[in-house]
Design a protein around this ligand. Structure first.
Ligand SMILES: [Zn+2]
Length: 466
């Protein structure tokens, strides 16, 4: 079996073969840092994390670039509303974004280029497009890409351009398919931009959103790279425009595989502030759920299926993780120091095949989790009847550890308590409420023995590693 991925470009499952040997170069459209990212954004970053981790699990070397959009229509509007310089405004949200990634156990990419640090590359790319006749300057000084000059325009989103008015222009970064038109590469300064502007051959102004990704992806990954990813709402116009700019400038294929992640909905409805079902990651953490539980929910639905986020699903994630933690605890109690893969019992070997077959099939996460939880069931039964040797237990722990390099969910992160520990903290709270100081002290000692210090604060008990 080898890895197959669904390529949006061909609308079909394709066997994955990198452009260059064993090295996978991949690009993700990163956050627009004008606000905290919401859980729908993190759904896309989670799927990209799974792909990145699984490619490494399969033995590929990975170079992953995720850009930070720190100048566009939205960031400019927001910094002017707050009366802050653009960089100062966006730096708060960049910092928050990395904290959120860590809470969710999302691995760091190799590069996080910020748009404002790559303006010269963007200008160079626009100049090249103008020289080749794909771009023109309008009366107000802005530079537009002429979609009529690129015969493949619309190939990713399967646009029908027959009814399109030639020469129609759109200045905004975001627009709908029915408004497909020449789009802005460089936007001449106007008073709505405040003091956000750079010098260019076309006068003071700023780049359009789409050119940012073309310039930064090619800067770090070369003119042709393997995988371009993003949420499905980025397919048009953003990715379509990236393809047009990049392929017209270089005359080469831009990205070989295009992967798109479906939407996240909440309680069956589109997430929106007006429906009061709009959540940032921080909102969910504040309700007492852990980053690991949220990760479990975001990763558990196949990336091309809409994910219906509910608190019931979060609660069942908590129960599934508790089951896993208990299984791992039992194994650790039994495990010897060393073992080899030959020590794996037959039921664990079968699970290993299922795990790989699942993820090889376009990251079919349900197949992979079925393999994990079938093994938990079989393993618990075998341990109940004392059929698991110390070497087998060690071999299973090693297997789980290697799977977790791809899933990032099976073992609790080092600074996050497992379910059993959290339960003990709760029991200790109960004992304190009942003024049962002996029991509270006993639980404190037991937590200390597990490597946790519990500190009582006005907001309740806080745990940290000892
Ligand atoms: Zn992008």
């Amino acid at each position: 079996m080898s890895l197959k991925l669904y390529n949006t470009m061909s609308r079909s499952l394709e066997e994955f073969h990198p452009v260059a040997n064993n090295h996978v170069r991949m690009y993700t459209c990163g956050p627009t840092v004008y606000d905290h990212a919401h859980i729908g954004n993190f759904r896309a970053y989670m799927f990209e994390d799974l792909l990145r981790r699984y490619l490494k699990y399969c033995g590929y070397e990975v170079t992953h670039v995720m850009n930070l959009t720190d100048v566009d229509d939205k960031t400019i509007r927001a910094c002017i509303a707050e009366d802050l310089p653009l960089k100062e405004y966006t730096s708060t949200y960049i910092k928050a974004f990395f904290e959120d990634l860590d809470r969710l156990g999302i691995e760091r990419a190799e590069h996080y280029p910020a748009a404002t640090d790559h303006i010269p590359e963007m200008i160079e790319l626009i100049e090249k497009l103008q020289e080749k006749g794909f771009a023109y300057q309008s009366e107000d000084g802005s530079v537009y890409f002429s979609i009529g000059k690129f015969k493949d325009y619309g190939k990713l989103s399967h646009l029908d351009l027959s009814g399109m008015q030639s020469g129609a222009r759109v200045a905004q970064d975001e627009y709908e398919k029915d408004n497909a038109a020449d789009f802005a590469l460089w936007k001449a300064w106007d008073e709505k931009d405040g003091d956000v502007a750079w010098d260019s051959p076309w006068g003071r102004g700023r780049p359009g959103w789409h050119i940012e990704c073309s310039a930064m992806s090619m800067r770090y990954l070369g003119e042709t790279f393997d995988i371009h990813m993003g949420g499905v709402d980025n397919m048009f116009p953003h990715h379509e425009d990236e393809i047009a700019q990049s392929e017209c400038a270089t005359g080469k294929m831009f990205a070989k595989y295009w992967l798109h992640c479906a939407h996240l909905i909440v309680d069956g409805k589109k997430m929106s502030k007006s429906l009061n079902n709009f959540y940032t990651l921080r909102d969910i953490l504040d309700k007492g759920y852990s980053g690991r539980e949220i990760r479990f929910v975001l990763i558990s639905t196949h990336y091309r299926q809409p994910l219906n986020f509910t608190f019931e699903v979060l609660d069942s994630a908590r129960a599934s993780l508790a089951r896993l933690d208990e299984f791992i605890r039992r194994l650790k109690e039994l495990a010897s120091e060393n073992a080899t893969p030959e020590d794996l019992p037959a039921w664990a070997r079968k699970a290993e095949d299922g795990f790989k077959a699942g993820l090889d099939n376009d990251l079919n996460i349900s197949g992979a989790f079925a393999a994990v939880f079938d093994m938990v069931t079989a393993g618990n039964r075998a341990m109940d009847s004392a059929e698991v040797t110390g070497d087998s237990a060690r071999a299973i722990l090693t297997l789980l550890h290697s799977w977790d390099s791809a899933l990032g969910i099976l073992e609790p992160p080092p600074d996050e308590a497992d379910e059993e520990t959290l339960r003990m903290v709760e029991m200790r709270q109960q004992a304190r409420r009942n003024k049962d100081w002996g029991e509270a002290d006993r639980l404190r000692d037991e937590l200390a023995a597990r490597g946790w210090v519990v500190k009582d604060t006005p907001e309740g008990p806080k745990l940290r590693r000892s």
